[in-house]
Design a protein around this ligand. Structure first.
Ligand code: NDP
Length: 500
């Protein structure tokens, strides 16, 4: 708890390199080049030839390579774990959780791609009975991926693994805070696909990301803040480059009267504090029905008080990765307290850069920053509501709509259905992110498009539809030979089939 906090963002040296820093100590982890427009464009160009090679391998060939990559990553897991912890500061267990999910998703994407995207027959319908219809999903070409630092492997791999499984080449720009993790993933991939640069990494700051948006990629998959998401979308609009935008959230957890209160308290504490609260779909707001509120707050306080951040691998959670986020967290806590909220665990004194100790706030006005804006720290706002209807209303009141959690023994599915967001976990927290078959993504200010699952594979492909005429039809309306008798018969058939 006594290490020096990094003093600012990494700087560029004479060789146009920047350093990634360990947020626990401020020590340099490694240097990486600042790639400019020309280098980014060259990577995308090289990716184009590589994409043709990769597409040519077919589903089976790609699966074999992706499986080999997965096995290599598993063999080198300890190395990758250490690197994730060094660049983000996260505890060993938080890094393990992240990487276990990376491997599971990579396995799923490689295995399912053929079934989801491969050519299949489609029923041609009654009017087109003489045609065979088929559909397949083809790769887009070169996909640009821009990722954040909070889950430097799991989050971008939600795009990278699925885009590769769909047959695309990828150029990845990791966050300036976690470039080494991106480089590690790409170097491991190159060991199992040495022929062409199918998966490349470009490093640098926001400008490198902006260059990727303008470099002629066939799709840009962005994960990061809503503010940067807007810039990315605007940049991509100039070239009509399609975008996938996964942005921030302010995810609610609802505790109903019939909830297992002990389990709900545990979920709120873990969901709000693990990874130092730096989770896009982490729990930030809790709405608890009056009848169980006081017991819930007591349990949350007891559990949260036991947790300590630290730089040692066995710490409960690590530091705040991005130095300027500390001020955001401090301002949210100060604003909540100034508006009449109460801290039942911690308070402003909990903010001790680079660490923030757990803070649990209650009775916070709904227009306070700690309720309306993403805090991204180990803080929780717990507010009392009269009933679940009020909880749902408040949960749905923000422009964000990423994920949500519901604790209720009997009404979980009903409440989940009423929430305006991309994913809901009932009686557990964040479970949806660990099910590779489920799509992940938000609505509103949380973005659009989906990673993971079948939708996540189709996100990186375009539909290619083909009909083949098998024999001449008695009634063919699509020729000038049709005659008005044919058309009258077709209409009679339509009335018969669809008019009742
Ligand atoms: P940022 O928006 O600051 O950055 C995201 C990425 O965009 C970084 O690689 C960044 O590069 C790059 N970038 C910055 N400016 C530009 C630009 N003008 N054009 C193109 N790229 C640019 O987000 P953070 O890295 O701080 O990540 C945290 C955010 O990510 C939170 O809001 C969190 O909720 C969200 N997130 C969302 C997830 C989801 O799936 N919905 C998952 C995980 C996180 P550089 O770092 O070099 O500036």
């Amino acid at each position: 708890m006594t290490q020096t906090a990094p003093t600012g963002p990494p700087r560029v040296d004479e060789q146009r390199r920047f350093a990634s820093l360990d947020p626990r100590t401020g020590e340099v982890v490694a240097h990486h080049p600042v790639h400019g427009e020309a280098e980014v464009r060259a990577a995308v160009e090289a990716g184009r030839a590589a994409a043709a090679f990769w597409d040519g391998l077919g589903f089976d060939g790609r699966r074999a390579r992706l499986d080999a990559w997965r096995r290599l990553l598993v063999r080198r897991l300890d190395e990758l774990l250490a690197l994730v912890s060094a660049e983000t500061g996260k505890s060993a267990d938080d890094a393990r959780t992240e990487l276990a999910l990376v491997v599971d998703h990579l396995h799923w994407a490689a295995r399912q791609a053929a079934g989801v995207l491969g050519r299949r027959k489609v029923k041609p319908g009654v009017l087109m009975y003489n045609h065979a219809a088929t559909l397949e999903y083809r790769p887009l070409g070169v996909v640009g991926v821009i990722g954040p630092w909070n889950y430097p492997a799991f989050t971008p791999m939600g795009s990278i693994a699925y885009a590769l499984a769909a047959g695309n080449a990828v150029v990845f720009k990791p966050s300036e805070y976690t470039p080494g993790v991106g480089v590690f993933l790409a170097e491991a991939f190159a060991e199992v696909v040495p022929e062409h640069p199918v998966f490349q990494v470009v490093t640098g700051f926001g400008e490198t990301g902006a260059a990727l948006c303008a470099a002629g990629v066939d799709k840009l998959a962005f994960t990061g803040s809503t503010a940067t998401g807007r810039k990315v979308m605007a940049a991509c609009a100039a070239t009509l480059t399609p975008v996938l935008v996964e942005c921030g959230g302010k995810d609610p957890l609802i505790v109903a009267e019939d909830a297992d209160v002990e389990a709900a308290a545990e979920a709120a504490v873990w969901g709000g504090i693990f990874n130092s609260g730096q989770t896009c779909a982490g729990v930030e707001r809790v709405y608890v029905v009056d009848a169980v509120h006081d017991r819930f707050v007591g349990l949350v306080a007891e559990k949260a008080r036991r947790l300590r951040p630290g730089g040692e691998p066995g710490a409960d959670f690590g530091p705040i990765t991005m130095p300027r986020q500390v001020e955001v967290i401090r301002s949210h806590v100060a604003d909540a307290l100034a508006r009449g909220g109460r801290a039942v665990v911690g308070g402003l004194e909990s903010v001790r850069p680079p660490y923030v100790e757990p803070v649990v706030l209650v009775d916070v006005p709904e227009d306070a920053l700690a309720v309306t804006e993403e805090t991204f720290g180990p803080t929780l706002v717990v507010n009392r509501v009269a009933d679940v209807d009020e909880a749902v209303r408040r949960a749905n009141a923000l422009p964000f709509g990423l994920g949500a959690t519901v604790f209720s023994r009997n009404r979980g599915d009903e409440l989940a259905a009423r929430l305006r967001c991309g994913m809901v976990s009932v009686n557990s927290v964040l479970a949806y992110a660990s099910v590779p078959g489920l799509p992940f993504g938000g609505v509103g200010d949380s973005g659009f498009g989906r990673i993971h699952g079948e939708d996540g594979l189709r996100e990186f492909a375009y539909a290619h539809a083909v009909t083949r005429k098998r024999f001449g039809a008695a009634l063919d309306p699509m020729t000038y030979e049709r005659g008005s008798r044919t058309m009258r018969r077709v209409l009679r058939l339509v009335r018969l089939l669809y008019g009742r």
